[in-house]
Write a protein that binds this ligand. Sequence first.
Ligand code: FAQ
Length: 311
Amino acid sequence: EDEAFLEAFQERIDREEKIEPNDPMPEGYRRTLVRQISQHAHSEIIGMQPEGNWITRAPSLKRKAALLAKVQDEGGHGLYLYAAAETLGVTREELVEQLLQGKAKYSSIFTYPTLSWADIGAIGWLVDGAAIMNQVPLCRCSFGPYARAMIRVCKEESFHQRQGYEIMLTLCNGTPEQKAMAQDALDRWWWPSLMMFGPHDSESQHGDQNMAWKIKRFTNDALRQKFVDATVPQAEFLGLKVPDPDLAWNEEKGGYDIGPIDWDEFRSVLKSGGFCGRDRIRNRRRAEEDGAWVREAAAAFAEKQATRQAD
Ligand code: FAQ
């Protein structure tokens, strides 16, 4: 790739032109998008499991219907994102295969267990809240198919966040035991939610290049800060305590200061799959095997249709 090509490409980006699948693009740009979009897709698919775990135990018919819809939305987001990645010249089959072999990354957050119904509230509130913070700017990502996919995804995430917060609100207005469950869920999900935004900017290996290519519009730390600033008042409204003794309003910067994040935990989750990593992949493999007959039937039907049309 010569200098002139890279410069011309950067000029297109700087003019805020969208890059479309058939446009010439640097190999690094294509690679980083395949990496990010596929990790994002895998996160949606694996992210169905922690909440799927509670569908049969939802406390009412309405809660069950909402949770079922949310988990189905996540499956939809995953398929949408695999389709966006496919426009870059990879196949969904190879991406799925990487996930099944345990070679692909997905968000650290989905390796944590869901121990109580309050966790379903905390996931909607915090995990979807963090996802929205990260994904709204992705609607302006320089790569057209990813940016367009994010618009619908963000609308659905916003419904997910509200249903989660409403679960928390109900628990916090309930019995002392219910409020304690909500506090326990916040205690366990707070720090992992902050880790979703990725390493500090000083450690973020792809950060600068992704900002220059306008794949990312804000850095990891900037988005984490926005999330903390938006979420702390919501915790106060619930009457819950954010599990960070160092949390303090910083008048000068107009935002909260937080205590140190346990990056050893983050690294260990990425390395060993954390508490539930092995189960997540095992479940996904089983689902793939259980669904084989559906794919075979669909392929046989498509073949039959094609032969009929040819006749
Ligand atoms: N977990 O240099 P950076 C959802 C990796 S939301 C695991 O800063 P970058 C919705 C990173 O991949 C969750 N790995 O990288 C939902 C890289 O590794 P690599 C999904 C992480 O790309 C809600 C290395 O560390 N959302 O699913 C994490 O510039 C509820 C260095 O990092 C997205 O994927 C992490 N938390 O920034 C579903 C959003 N953080 O590839 C169900 C799109 C970093 O070199 C229920 N992705 N790493 O081996 C992004 O915005 C970016 O890729 C970041 C990372 C911000 C995640």
